[in-house]
Every structure is written in C-alpha cells, then in structure tokens.
Design a protein around this ligand. Structure first.
Ligand code: NAD
Ligand code: LMR
Ligand code: MG
Length: 537
C-alpha cells in the first residue's frame, strides 16, 4: 500500500482534510483529498452539525464509532470539547444499546477479540507491532454488561467506551490503549441465533477451561507489556472478585466494578457528609444488590469507618445488605462469601425474613440507600416514602446502569420526598427542578481514569485498596464548593488529575512506587495528552 493510503487508512494518522500542503506534496496525497485544507476546528464543526442532524442517540453512537475508526484524533477532540453532550453517547446509557446492537453496526476492527477457539494463538494475536506502545488495557468477557446481562462479543463496546474516557479524562494517547474482549461464547440465545452475530456461537465456557483461558491471557499480557495496567470490566458477579484476587499480584490491575465503583460511591458519600456534618459512622446504610459493586462499596465503607475509629463489628453494624432473596442474615441466604460479610447477626432481624424493601426500610430507617442491583424500579414509592418519613435528607443512589435499569428515576425520588432526597444516579438524567440538592451522576468514570493514570505515573507495582481510599477522599475534596455532590462532568479531566495525584502519593506511601518526585501533580499534568494533530511522517 502506498504511504499516502496508509496515512489515510490508519485512524491514528489520518487527518482528512487537515493534511497540510507540504504533507500533501511529500506523501502524494493530492487527488486523494479534495483541495480544501481544513483545520481540526472546522472538522469538529462539520461533524457536530452532522451529529445534530441524526435522529437519535444510537445513530449518534454509531456515527461516533465510525469517526473513531477513521480519524481518532478528530473523534477525541470532538468528545473532549463536548464532554457533557457526548458522554451519554460514547458511555452510559447509549453504550448499552451499542453493545446490544454491536453486530448490527460492526464495520472495522478495533481492539482484540480473543476467542476461545483461538486460545493457542493468544501470543500471536498480541504480537502485532501496532500494539508496541500499549500501556493500558480494558478487558471484558461480556457476561455482565451494565445491567443488561450477557452481550457476548458485543460487550466489546464497554472496553472501547471506557478507553475513550481514558483519553478524554485521563489524557492517555489513544495509541497507548487497547480494548480486549475475551470471547468465551455467550449464554444469550438471541445472540447465538442471530445470523449477524459477530462472536463465537457457543455456550459460555466455564469452570477450569475458562480459568485456564484467562490464565493464559494474563500470562501473555504480562510478558508482552510488562508494567502495563489492566482494568477488569463487566465480568459477572462470581468471576469479577475471583479473577481480581487470582491475578492482582501478577499484573498491575484493578476491577472497576468492584473497586472503582466503591471509590466513587464512598467519595460521593464523604462529600455529602461534609455538608451534613454527620460522619459515615453515624449513618445507617442500606445496600440494595450485593454483587460485585455492592460488596465492593460495603468493603470500602468499612475501611473508611475504621479510619474514623470504629472497629470492624461496629462498622459492619451500620450496613444492611439486600440481595435477590431479601435481607442478608447469618446462615439464611444463598449469597457469595463476599456478601456474607454483611450478614446481619442471627436472631437480630428474623422478622424481616422474606420482607419487601418498604418493610425493611420502615424497620431500619436507613439514612443512605444505594442501588446496585440492575433492577429497574426496585426503589418503590412505599420504600422511598418510608425512608423520607424517618429521615430529613435521605441520601438515595440508584446507581444501576443504563438509565433503563436504574432502581428509580430521580424525578420520582424527588417527588416522593418533597425535594428533600439527595440523589445520585449511575447514568445521566435530566435535571430535577424540585430537588433541593442537584442530582449528581455517581459513576466510576470519576475514578478509573485517574487511578490508571496515577498508578502508571508512579510505576506502581500494584494497585492497593488504600489507593482507592485515597482516590475517594481526593474526589470528596474536589467536590468542595460544587453545588452538586461531585464536580460537573465538564471537570472530569481535572478530577482525573486530582485523583491520579492522590493515587501516586498513596503508591509512594504504600512502598509500591518505582518513580519518585516531590510534585506529582505537575509531573502527571505534563504527561496528559490533548487531542491535536501531529506532523505526518
Ligand atoms: N454507577 C456506577 O458507577 C456503577 C458501577 C458498577 C456497577 N453499576 C451497576 O450496578 C449494577 C450491578 O453491577 P454488579 O457488577 O454489582 O453486578 P452483579 O451481577 O455482580 O451484582 C448484582 C447483584 O444484584 C442482585 N440482585 C438481582 N436482583 C435483585 C433484586 N431483585 N433485589 C436485590 N438484589 C438483586 C444479584 O443477585 C447480584 O448479587 C449494574 O446495573 C451496573 O450497571 C454501576
Ligand atoms: O459503565 C458504567 O457506566 C459504570 C459501571 O462500570 C457499570 O458497569 O455500570
Ligand atoms: Mg462496569
């Protein structure tokens, strides 16, 4: 292929009409391009208008995915300059539909699909020199995509979306990032029967075969990119915690749904506490959904309360956890080991066996209620009214994504509590006029870009729980002075820098850093890339 065609077909080098006259001379681009020489700004304007003319957000998602695959710098410039409008498209909620309809809009390859039948070729598939610069990976097996369940190979939309935010918020150059989908089949029969499905048509591989496949993948990553960071994303409950524990000493890695979610939830609560003056240890916290996110939040809450001086038992006593079969009570439920940590002592709440949420709320009078169950409408009017009857400013976080799976809509929560509820949602919702405190988007996007950036900047040998606690505290501090509980999404890049600084400092304190500096903020800020064209070579 001619160099001219290479430059135009690689999304990292393509500049479309913005190639200069000198570049057109040197690389024989004349004729392949129309005569007009454009700028990044004029190109953004053209794309922005085209986006505005599309009928819905799914079409905009599809349009932006095509743009990313043809001109990556322009894609990132557009996202960075319009983060508030485009975050709900490249990320939750629209990315959910993007995963469900991934096969329908498949055009060009992005990232790596490592499928089970190719398990003997993992090394070969990672070897492409195009990946020599990779520093960070987001990987999923597509089994728990937001609250939408098993999306098989279509789950690739999530690593792609998360990494778009590594660039938009964390200032990573897109050439350093690699989305990976481990295609071990799908138990979603609709996908397997869809003639357009792009993935491996097979039931999910499980058990020792699955573990051996992930083991081989982890070993190959560690060998190919020593020191790179890997973010585990949207693995189903049982695998999420297990894979993290199994591999966190082998790779610089964290699980976003467990640890990133915990940090954003705790950071937002700390921000709320700074306003109300009532410490975490004086709250009664109801966790609705005790899966990856719920147990992660519960564990970090306990760590935060222990730092406030409570012992483990006293910290645990502030938390009531509910899963599929109701309030988790000692010896009474079929739940994971991680969830059992939050069981209420035997005998304490036998009367709540089989009770619905409203009954549990009436009895416990929680001051905080957090939903991470993926169950739309689970925060019923009765439950919310019962909470508001007992507490002046109930803190209610329906965190499940996408918006269609949120435990409640903020306008309803506000109506049922006469505007008193302090509301945080996982996905963005329209503003609620009646809410006394503005509704806040409480999403791990406030954490993961900064954690990755800080850990890599420090050359960390691991990502410790203390680093997540540090990120939560830094986030709460960054929210000082904001009208909502967190800074607006337009400040996400600055938030990532603040979080990264705290994470790098904590890496030093934990003895995990291999890099030293007395000014982390300046050092990290200098590492952050802004989307702009480089000279062609
Ligand atoms: N806002 C954020 O940043 C954020 C971060 C992570 C996860 N989430 C959302 O949280 C949800 C859960 O994610 P996860 O990773 O914990 O998934 P998961 O599958 O590990 O956990 C979900 C838990 O909810 C429980 N559950 C299901 N139905 C229930 C019901 N009717 N009542 C009570 N519990 C019920 C399940 O048994 C399971 O334990 C998803 O919708 C996800 O999008 C949001
Ligand atoms: O992807 C998100 O928006 C947050 C979170 O990681 C989730 O799985 O819901
Ligand atoms: Mg996730």
């Amino acid at each position: 292929m001619s160099r001219a065609r290479e430059l135009l077909s690689d999304p990292l080098t393509n500049k479309g009409t913005a190639f200069t006259e000198e570049e057109r001379d040197r690389f024989r681009l004349h004729g392949l391009l129309p005569p007009h020489v454009g700028t990044l700004e004029s190109q953004m304007e053209r794309r922005w208008r085209a986006l505005g003319a599309l009928p819905d957000n799914f079409q905009r998602y599809s349009f932006l995915r095509d743009l990313q695959d043809s001109n990556e710098i322009l894609f990132h410039a557009l996202v960075a300059n319009n983060i508030e409008a485009l975050l709900p498209i490249v990320y939750t909620p629209t990315v959910g539909e993007g995963c469900q309809r991934f096969s329908e809009i498949w055009r060009r390859p992005r990232g790596l699909f490592l499928s089970y039948p190719n398990r003997h070729r993992i090394k070969e598939m990672l070897a492409d020199p195009a990946y020599d610069r990779v520093r960070a990976i987001v990987v999923s097996d597509g089994e728990r995509i937001l609250g939408l369940g098993d999306q098989g190979a279509g789950g690739m939309g999530i690593p792609i979306g998360k990494l778009a935010l590594y660039t938009a918020c964390g200032g990573f150059h897109p050439g350093e990032l690699l989305p990976i989908l481990l295609d071990v089949g799908t138990d979603n029969a609709r996908l397997r029967n869809d003639p357009l499905y792009i993935g491996w048509r097979h039931e999910r591989v499980r058990g020792p075969d699955y573990d051996a496949f992930v083991d081989a993948f982890v070993a190959a990553v560690a060998e190919r990119w020593p020191g790179a960071l890997l973010q585990w994303e949207d693995f189903a409950g049982a695998n999420a915690a297990r894979l993290l524990d199994r591999h966190r000493d082998q790779l610089l890695s964290f699980n976003d749904d467990i640890q990133g979610t915990a940090a954003v939830a705790v950071g937002t609560l700390l921000s709320a506490m700074r306003r109300t003056g009532r410490p975490l240890s004086a709250q009664r916290i109801l966790l609705f959904g005790a899966g990856a996110a719920g147990t992660g939040i519960g564990s970090l809450l306990i760590a935060a309360m222990r730092a406030e001086g409570l012992d483990e038992a006293a910290a645990r006593a502030t938390i009531w956890a509910i899963d599929r079969d109701g309030l988790i009570r000692e010896g009474a439920n079929q739940v994971s080991e991680a969830a059992r940590r939050f069981a209420r002592p035997a005998g304490e709440a036998d009367d709540l066996a089989g009770a619905d949420l409203a009954t549990i709320v009436a009895r416990v009078a929680p001051t905080v209620m957090i939903g991470v169950s993926g169950q739309s409408g689970a925060f019923t009017e009765d439950a919310v009214r019962a909470m508001a009857a007992a507490v002046d400013r109930p803190i209610i976080f329906p965190l499940s994504n996408p918006a269609s799976h949120a435990e409640a809509r903020p306008d309803m929560l506000s109506a049922w509590t006469e505007g008193r509820a302090i509301i945080g949602t996982g996905s963005p919702f329209p503003p609620v006029k009646a809410a006394l405190t503005p509704v806040t988007q409480v999403n791990n996007v406030y954490i993961f870009p900064g954690v990755a950036l800080g850990a890599l900047a420090a050359g960390a040998r691991g990502v410790s729980d203390a680093m997540f606690m540090a990120s939560a505290r830094a986030l709460a501090e960054a929210a000082d002075g904001a009208s909502a509980l967190l800074p607006p999404v337009t400040a996400l890049r600055d938030v990532a820098l603040t979080v990264a600084t705290a994470v790098a400092e904590q890496a030093v304190a934990d003895g995990l850093a291999t890099v030293a500096t007395d000014d982390w903020r300046t050092r990290i800020a200098a590492m952050m890339w802004t989307p702009e064209y480089a000279a062609a070579e």
